[in-house]
Design a binder for this molecule. Structure first.
Ligand SMILES: C[S@@+](CC[C@H](N)C(=O)[O-])C[C@H]1O[C@@H](n2cnc3c(N)ncnc32)[C@H](O)[C@@H]1O
Length: 196
């Protein structure tokens, strides 16, 4: 059994960042010519998706970025971008309290064992699963509550989730058969991107 005191700080916060070309690809795929999207990045780290959005010069309505780590949130907040809000908070807490809804969610969720969440995070993640009518266990990883929470924040008329997942951390055994390649699959209105 992995003990919290043996895990590195990076591992505890799931701090493995997305390469720039992949962030750019996900944004291009997600925005796809629209000009009025409300966009969410649930765990923005130092802001690679914000930087790529700026460099793409795409039009959008708003970009909201959440980051639990104060230092990383400050770095993301320094990126100059119109209609941007960086919130230094736990995504689960934000998800359970916001009334804002989004057209597009982009990112790369943290891969953290449920046992490494503090009590408050465990309770908030539990509420997300209850709201979604799903069950979870102590083996459930944080990326699952991020995907489920993100789906709850999509607008009623649909929306897209484009996420970078590292396969050493997660498996979608029922949904795809993917080894070492980029996959896009769609369930109703939600599309997922996977890259090992
Ligand atoms: C895998 S990194 C990805 C960062 C960025 N999205 C990217 O694509 O490069 C995950 C990020 O989630 C942040 N994080 C961890 N737990 C969080 C939480 N409960 N709420 C919001 N952010 C969290 C970590 O600090 C880290 O920056």
């Amino acid at each position: 059994m992995k003990l919290i005191e043996n895990a590195t700080a990076e591992k505890l916060r799931g701090g493995f960042y997305t390469p720039e070309p992949i962030a750019e690809f996900i944004l291009r795929w997600g925005i796809n010519g629209s000009t009025d999207f409300d966009i969410l990045e649930p765990s923005c780290g130092d802001g690679v998706f914000l930087e790529q959005l700026r460099d793409l010069k795409a039009k959008y309505n708003s970009i909201t970025a959440i980051e639990f780590d104060e230092v990383e949130a400050k770095k993301a907040d320094k990126i100059e971008l119109e209609n941007k809000q960086v919130i230094n908070d736990d995504f689960h807490t934000y998800c359970n309290n916001t009334e804002k809804r989004f057209d597009l969610v982009v990112g790369n969720p943290p891969y953290i064992r449920f046992q490494f969440f503090d009590r408050n995070q465990q309770a908030e993640a539990g509420d997300i699963f209850i709201r979604a009518g799903l069950k979870y266990s102590k083996l459930t990883n944080a990326w699952v509550s991020f995907v489920v929470g993100s789906s709850l924040l999509l607008k009623d008329n649909g929306g897209k989730i484009g996420s970078f997942y590292q396969q050493r951390f997660c498996r979608f055994p029922l949904l795809c058969n993917c080894e070492n390649s980029l996959h896009i699959f769609t369930i109703k209105s939600i599309s997922f991107l996977l890259k090992s």
